[in-house]
Design a protein around this ligand. Structure first.
Ligand SMILES: Cc1cc2nc3c(=O)[nH]c(=O)nc-3n(C[C@H](O)[C@H](O)[C@H](O)COP(=O)(O)OP(=O)(O)OC[C@H]3O[C@@H](n4cnc5c(N)ncnc54)[C@H](O)[C@@H]3O)c2cc1C
Length: 417
């Protein structure tokens, strides 16, 4: 089967690796960029995605890139603790959560693709057209520096990100991503470890928030690189560019009061090498991803808010599910339909939850019920309500420990094919 993937991001590369593991060999990836530079800052891989990477034989390679957070703790904008929960292995999962640099993850996946499949990534190829009038094949058209080139395949996968060309070809009226009105400033900084040196923290509420997590274990000098996302409503613009660099001074100023005994937030922002501004955008759910021999995957199918920690993880789950279906369904059309039937409702439910701020709802509740702080969080939000909010999101995102640990594998038994 000839398989063409548009986009060599985390989703496209994970799809190639999943297809290779499921027995496919004729796989080509076409990437718009002339070079894969490994851009971005931090990204979290939740245990359900780490499971898939482990089953692809990538656990050590990816594990070496980052830090497995021990704990997630929510604080108010006054620095008071609301809720804390263990993460990864400490929470009873068979697989850890991993905080990694997005660019290093992308380069590690690219390296694995080249080792396993050879020279299959074609750079400088931008998907611009699709013709599947034949029904039994699909021809993708790519714009290159020399003109355009047509590539015929049995299956075409659009893993071409939030500005997906394949999505726009299928849904010409889709328009721009939807802006929540929040602006994110992302960066990394080398600082003294805070709390236990492996805790992901979120402080604030729906108006203004700060998220941080370590990306490296402490180095010889005892300091470590952390990733952070500062967030504020009512400033910035909806222009979507992952790499727009801005002056840190106004953002440091927005957080000047947020100096806590567990972390000095303005000092962390000021220590950043570079601040990247990004609007908190997503896209509305689609009525279908699959059209005959073509389908969408990752952000192209279901771009979500980046701070839901699910962008990379859901793309990896898509990749594994699609490869499993292509290897086991009676025809490519049936496989793509089944992939759509399984993954689309799952990600649609998650999208709805992330729009309601997912597990971060506890921060908003604390702000609404006790805007000036509290003596005891349980006077404000009962323990049972805190637990229910955390469990609800994990179940919807497919990473409740019980269901993830019990779910059957998406690895294809090649000898039985
Ligand atoms: C430069 C960049 C930086 C990012 N930084 C972060 C970050 O710091 N934190 C975070 O949580 N998430 C970040 N993300 C998003 C995150 O990688 C995705 O949400 C997630 O990994 C899902 O991956 P994806 O493969 O679906 O999309 P992406 O990772 O966006 O990959 C899409 C790929 O398709 C390529 N492409 C686009 N259009 C075409 C076309 N027409 N033809 C061919 N190829 C095309 C793009 O160049 C890109 O390589 C970033 C994405 C990018 C592209």
């Amino acid at each position: 089967m000839r398989i063409v993937i548009a986009g060599a991001g985390i989703g496209g590369l994970a799809a190639a690796l999943s297809l290779e593991a499921a027995g496919f060999r004729d796989i080509r990836i076409f990437e718009r960029a002339d070079r894969i530079r490994g851009l971005g800052v931090g990204i979290n891989l939740l245990p359900h995605a780490v499971r898939e990477l482990t089953e692809l034989g990538l656990a050590e390679r990816v594990g070496a890139l980052g830090v497995a957070p021990s704990t997630l703790t929510y604080f108010t904008r006054h620095g008071q603790r609301i809720w804390s929960e263990p993460r990864g292995l400490a929470a009873g999962y068979r697989w850890p959560q991993l905080s990694v640099h997005r660019g290093r993850l992308q380069l590690a996946l690219l390296e694995a693709v080249e080792e396993r499949l050879g020279d299959v990534v074609h750079l400088g190829h931008r998907l611009v057209g699709i013709d599947d009038a034949e029904g039994t094949t699909a021809t993708a058209t790519f714009a290159t520096a020399e003109g355009t080139t047509d590539v015929e395949a049995d299956v075409v996968i659009g893993a071409d990100g939030i500005h997906s060309a394949l999505r726009a070809l299928r849904y010409p009226d889709d328009g721009d991503p939807v802006w929540s009105g929040l602006t994110l400033w992302r960066g990394t900084a080398v600082i003294d470890p805070y709390l236990d040196g492996r805790t992901m923290v979120m402080a604030g509420d729906g108006e203004q928030k700060f998220v941080a997590y370590p990306l490296e274990n402490p180095g010889p000098g005892g300091r470590q690189r952390v990733n952070f996302i500062a967030e504020r409503r009512g400033v910035g613009s909806p222009d979507v560019d992952w790499n727009r660099s801005v002056d840190p001074a106004p953002i440091v100023d927005l957080f000047r009061e947020w100096r806590f005994d567990w972390l000095d937030i303005p000092a962390t922002i000021a220590a950043s090498d570079e601040i990247l501004e990004y609007p908190m955008v997503d896209r509305d759910a689609l009525p279908r991803w699959t059209f005959g021999r073509t389908t969408l995957l990752g952000d192209a199918a279901h771009a979500m808010y980046p701070n839901g920690s699910n962008g990379g993880s859901q793309a990896i789950l898509d990749a594994r599910t699609l490869a499993y279906q292509l290897a086991t369904a009676p025809s490519p059309e049936a496989a793509l339909e089944e992939y759509d039937r399984i993954r689309r409702p799952a990600t649609e439910a998650l999208l709805a939850l992330t729009r309601r701020t997912g597990p971060e709802r506890v921060m908003q509740l604390a702000r609404e019920r006790a805007p000036h702080g509290f003596d005891d969080i349980h006077d404000v939000i009962p323990q049972s309500e805190l637990e229910q909010i955390a469990a609800e999101y994990k179940a919807a995102a497919g990473f409740h420990p019980d269901s993830l640990n019990a779910r059957s594998s998406l690895t294809v038994a090649l000898e039985s094919r």
